[in-house]
Design a binder for this molecule. Structure first.
Ligand code: PMV
Length: 322
């Protein structure tokens, strides 16, 4: 029996991935750039056990069937050259399926734990491209959680590289929880629906490269406002493409707009804070450490905010053998 435990933080996209250019390898229609967080995230133990008749998967202590988990394990078994089934125990410290990227930390932790339990080579600073492919097939945004700090995922290769190490990222992210309901449509379905029905999907793809370029340049020149502007622009463009679908795909809720207005008001008062939101109503606010207290005070004052969690840049997926 071989067992490994991997721990992975969620990542939040600054420049968004939405849409696929190849379904089989789950390659994205656009590149993306994200911040990997220390927490919240997922911890997953994988044990390959020759005595098991089938794969067993439990999430937060509840057994469930998940074809994507089995598909990932099958790919790892094929690369390692054995057939043993696995016991997978996963714990999320992030709300599942509510636009908080639980699938990203989930598939990163599952990929690394099964990879290491299968005895395949692991380098935390430079993950094996085959592992990146396996993790990306589970969830398109998950490879970004393998590395720490600011991470780019390439449209061309589907591979990842680190743009800035976590210790050099003077960033804090406030996650405003506005609803604890699971989202109405998964991102996989939402992307297919947007690509098939939104007249704004193609323009989103066309203009996306400019946002990526600006974000890369902002990181290089340590220009936080420029990075925040690229993030907000990419966020609005992604949501515009979704909302223009038929029928419309709207993940933002009225409370999300209240948080966005509060962030804009902070900026008008000279606080450098910028928002983003993904496939769910929760709004995340990015700022530098020096502005954390002002942002915290403004967001906690909003009655729509059920919970406010602060997150720091994380160092990517960590693993230990057991
Ligand atoms: O990896 P998925 O299929 O959960 O897609 C994630 C899509 C967004 O979170 C909306 C954007 C992104 O780049 O993370």
């Amino acid at each position: 029996m071989q067992s490994a435990i991997a721990r992975s933080g969620i990542n939040v996209a600054l420049v968004k991935y939405w849409g696929k250019r190849e379904a089989a390898r789950n390659l994205p229609a656009v590149g993306s750039l994200a911040l990997t967080l220390e927490a919240p995230g997922t911890e997953t133990q994988v044990t390959f056990d020759p005595l098991l008749a089938e794969d067993r998967f439990a999430l937060n202590g509840v057994e469930r069937e998940d074809a994507r988990v089995v598909a990932l394990l099958d790919q790892v078994r094929a690369l390692a050259g054995f057939h043993s089934k696995a016991r997978v125990e996963s714990h999320n410290t992030v709300l599942t399926a509510s636009g908080l990227a639980s699938s990203a930390s989930g598939f990163a932790a599952l990929g690394v734990a099964s990879w290491c339990a299968a005895g395949l080579p692991w380098d935390p600073l430079s993950p094996d491209p085959r592992l990146v492919d396996v993790v990306r097939c589970g969830s398109g945004s998950a490879p970004r959680s393998l590395l720490g700090g600011l991470v780019e995922l390439s449209r061309e290769t589907g591979q990842i590289h680190q743009l800035l190490a976590p210790e050099n990222c003077d960033l804090r992210l406030a996650i405003a929880v506005l609803s604890k309901q699971p989202k109405a449509m998964s991102s996989r379905q939402g992307m297919a629906h947007t690509a098939a029905t939104s007249p704004y999907f193609e323009p989103f793809v066309t203009f996306h490269e400019g946002d990526l370029k600006q974000a890369r340049q902002a990181i290089q020149s340590k220009d936080f406002a420029m990075l925040g502007e690229a993030m907000e622009r990419s966020t609005w463009r992604m949501h515009a493409a979704m909302i223009a679908s038929d029928p419309p795909l709207r993940y933002l809720a009225s409370g999300s707009l209240r948080v966005i207005e509060a962030v804009e008001a902070l900026r008008a008062q000279g606080v450098s804070a910028y928002f983003t939101a993904d496939a769910g109503p929760q709004v995340k606010t990015l700022c530098q450490t020096c502005d954390q207290a002002r942002v915290d005070e403004a967001l906690r004052a909003l009655p729509e905010v059920l919970e406010l969690q602060w997150a720091k840049p994380g160092s990517g997926c960590q693993v230990r053998m057991v």
